[in-house]
Design a protein around this ligand. Structure first.
Ligand code: NAD
Ligand code: MG
Length: 390
């Protein structure tokens, strides 16, 4: 039996993880499951998987969760510290599927108990890549990427010499607005941005796909996870989302990973790794698909990609600041305090001022430095958003 925990069980990735685990109850023993306000769903999942403990990040939701689980013997807890404590319970495999920088501390707690961490939460590597890798090494923890592109790269690298890798190419669907006239983008609403042409995902990552802040995070995530130089990570727009990523080798070979746009593949790969097992995903019919298309991303449409380059060059705390500023700008956009195309200038302004003030250049940032840069970037971004809106 593999002991598993699911952080962010009630989200898009979390629910698909629950589905795969529920389909093979004889193989898994569920330790901890965490969620947010959706305690009805969390309670239902915890009952179905016979979890040891269910945790909501909101103290105010504790009583309702306890009520819904009364008589089951499932422990109940609430709050951020309780989420990290649940992640620290001994388990063999932990899914990190909380959204945003909130996933960092629980992920680190799982790493510190030596678990295999299935990393859907890309913000972990963006904010604290070197620190996370060092902690994983110190505690003998394994990191498995769950972001579809990074899972694809990971799979293309099996059995290969890392030194033979020339470049990694991440594909991007282009998001909700890839075919909109540029001049309309400033007026785009949260509802319009929250529809994705190919993937069904949580609201925040869907909006980040429209702005390509998601791809920007993924470029940085790829650099950190696979130990690449900034110019070794490329992005190509691929509207069909069937090729998830490609790895280019020093002999000119390009290894592409293809599959239906279904996160259960990447989740299932990480869940079963190092084995491959049958998964309930669509099998592609290439003759019916006929063709695949690729094009270069337009810099004016996707300014976030340029910012990702800058963050990789700057290093230090730039990733932590970038992610936090992005989260604050996204909050402002979702709350209609900021226009769609005003998000990137807000993030850029935060990077500019924090860099000018010498707050990003730290050689090997520790956790306190990462959390400090995150908090500072959030407050600067909130101020910048208020100024932009005024
Ligand atoms: P989601 O919004 O659907 O779910 C987020 C989960 O995190 C929920 O369980 C929620 O209760 C919990 N949560 C939210 N805020 C929290 C907090 N402050 N503390 C503790 N828990 C909190 O998100 P999602 O789309 O499933 O994405 C999860 C992560 O996976 C993100 O980092 C995202 O970038 C990444 N990811 C998602 C997809 C996808 O297909 N959805 C694909 C690749 C990567
Ligand atoms: Mg992805």
């Amino acid at each position: 039996m593999k002991r598993v925990s699911i952080l962010g069980a009630t989200g898009s990735i979390g629910c698909q993880t629950v589905e795969l685990i529920a389909a093979a109850p004889e193989r898994f023993e569920v330790v901890a499951m965490t969620g947010g306000r959706n305690v009805a769903l969390l309670a239902e999942q915890a009952r179905a998987l016979k979890a040891q403990v269910a945790v909501t990040c909101h103290e105010a939701c504790r009583d309702e969760l306890a009520e819904r689980l009364s008589g089951t013997g499932i422990e109940v807890a609430a709050g951020d510290a309780a989420i990290a404590e649940a992640a620290a319970r001994p388990a063999d495999w932990v899914m990190s599927a909380i959204v945003g920088a909130a996933g960092l501390l629980p992920g680190l707690a799982a790493i510190r108990q030596g678990a295999t961490l299935a990393l859907a939460n890309k913000e972990t590597m963006v904010a604290a890549g070197p620190l996370v890798l060092a902690e994983a090494q110190r505690h003998g923890a394994t990191l498995l990427p769950v972001d579809s592109e990074h899972s694809a790269v990971f799979q293309a690298l099996v059995g290969e010499e890392r030194a033979a890798v020339e470049r990694v190419i991440l594909t991007a669907s282009g998001g909700a607005f890839r075919d909109w006239p540029l001049e309309r983008l400033a007026q785009a609403t949260p509802e319009q941005a929250a529809t994705h042409p190919n993937w069904s995902m949580g609201q925040r990552i869907t909006v980040d796909s429209a702005s390509m802040f998601n791809k920007a995070l993924e470029v940085i995530e790829a650099k950190e996870l696979f130990g690449l130089k900034p110019d070794q990570v490329e992005v190509v727009v691929h509207p069909e989302s069937l090729v998830h990523a490609l790895v280019g080798f020093n002999d000119g070979a390009l290894m592409a990973h293809m599959g239906a746009p279904d996160m259960r593949h990447a989740i299932g790969y990480a869940l079963n790794w190092p084995e491959r097992r049958a998964l309930p995903v669509e099998r592609l019919d290439l003759a019916r698909l006929g063709s695949l298309t690729f094009r270069a991303p337009e810099a004016a449409r996707y300014p976030a990609l340029g910012l990702a380059r800058r963050v990789m060059e700057e290093g230090g705390l730039a990733g932590a600041a970038f992610n936090a500023a992005k989260e604050a700008a996204l909050d402002a956009f979702l709350e209609r305090r900021l226009g769609f195309m005003a998000m990137a200038p807000v993030v850029e302004q935060v990077l500019d001022t924090m860099s000018r003030d010498g707050l990003l250049r730290v050689d090997t940032p520790g956790l306190d430095a990462v959390l400090g840069a995150d908090a500072e970037a959030r407050s600067r971004a909130a101020r910048a958003a208020a100024t932009q809106a005024a």
